[in-house]
Design a protein around this ligand. Sequence first.
Ligand SMILES: [Zn+2]
Length: 163
Amino acid sequence: MHQTGSSRIILKTMQFTDISGQAWQVECMGCAIADSTVTPPAGGIIAANDSCYLHQDPEAPLEGFLVIGTNRHVESIMDLRRDEYDDLPSLCRYGRQLMDLTPEIRSVTLIQEERSSHFHLWLFPWYGWMMAARAARVIYETSQRPHRFTVSEENGSGIPSSR
Ligand SMILES: [Zn+2]
């Protein structure tokens, strides 16, 4: 059972296996990490402040894929108290600075996932190999796309016409 301010939530027990192969059974992964029931793989809690903690994503085998979770069980950034909200950017910036220590990480996407019941912010790394694979897929998809438009030869206007 989790306390979220004035309401109480009963969660079903979930099972998951982290990227190190460790199996866990918890009601909420975010709460379990916050209360040290679960130790995130690849270094545990990297950094923390009064409201939030930073760690490697436990389920995605992607080095440097960092997650910021909240100590309190809240679903959305909209549910954070002011003090919790104020604690978030400093940890986010610290995590992003850590990612800069890995030169293979070319850029980072921040995502706040609300489909989970426990707030977390993803710091998703984009590696060069991902960008190359993405570019190759776009070229492949473009070459496979049916040619649907042609320039009209009749009027020579250069305006595409549908066939
Ligand atoms: Zn939780």
